[in-house]
Write a protein that binds this ligand. Sequence first.
Ligand code: NAD
Ligand code: UDP
Length: 325
Amino acid sequence: MPTIKRILVTGGAGFLGSHLCERLVEDGHDVICLDNFFTSQKTNVTHLLSRPNFELVRHDVTQAIWLEVDEIYNLACPAAPGHYQYNPIKTIKTSVMGAINVLGMAKRCRAKVLQASTSEVYGDPEVHPQPESYRGSVNPLGPRACYDEGKRAAETLFMDYHRMNRVNIRIVRIFNTYGPRMHPFDGRVVSNFIRQALAGQDITIFGDGQQTRSFCYRDDLIEGMMRMMNGPDDFIGPVNLGNPHEFTIRQLAELVIELTGSKVKLVRRPLPPDDPTRRQPDITLARQRLNWQPTIELRAGLEATIDWFRKIDVSQYRPPTPNYD
Ligand code: NAD
Ligand code: UDP
């Protein structure tokens, strides 16, 4: 009989958080989903509200909160460039103050706490593919810094609470992940291309489209994240989680056009500043220590995502809530 744990998921109503909550509820755990709904919809978790082992709390992680739990997955943070640049001060506060608040809670409750970090800690990388030992090339002054540096500072806080206070931590560095329940107006490349193709609008390629990303389907990612949380205490990370299969943005656009059967064209738009040119995870460590690797290739994952986008009513999705803290 598996142990039932009290588990807090911050950012639990978001794209990844809502899937994680689903998995944990199915496994029988007592799940608290905490979110301020800045970039998500309550509808992502309304189907869980009738479950006796699921609770939804509206709260902002920049403020302290008193909860008794055994494990914390810290996902609260806007993740799409358009969302995190909407209010950059709030973004960095969310990463840093959110980390301090969950680490304080973990210290008090002796809970285990996992940080959802990001491949953005590598910035625009000079090393390819990126192993965890690479220290990155981040512009601390640019428009992406509120997110990149916020996540880097959060990793530092996790390591310091671990060394100083023996908090049981895990750090995962997530590479571009996609799937059903992405916010259709988050501006990320997968959601933009699918939404545009289905609406018959031309697909917007930023720059020449030769920049690369490696896309991981959300189910693979959630599996890796849970393996990391449940893995041995001597393996705290950071560990890369992502699909090492690398594509140019132009290839992604062509695949979306093929799979949607759309007749739209590709149109060029300026490349945003500091946009990383290449990105591909080295997942040797995850393979060795977690026995994890992605199983869902881009074509299959995109088919599932396109099916979901066909079913939703995009007029029901709102842009981020103004928030000037
Ligand atoms: P998302 O925007 O769908 O989810 C983030 C959630 O956090 C949302 O529900 C949002 O409302 C909530 N949130 C934001 N600020 C908050 C605050 N101050 N207090 C409480 N809740 C707050 O994005 P996602 O893709 O599900 O990302 C989840 C986590 O994974 C993020 O921490 C992100 O940085 C990390 N990550 C995601 C990816 C990816 O490709 N999806 C890649 C790297 C890292
Ligand atoms: N991109 C694009 N068209 C779009 C949205 C994004 O060409 O409509 C590009 C963007 O410039 C970047 C890549 O796709 O090179 C991935 O962007 P995304 O915002 O999804 O995530 P990032 O990895 O940059 O955080």
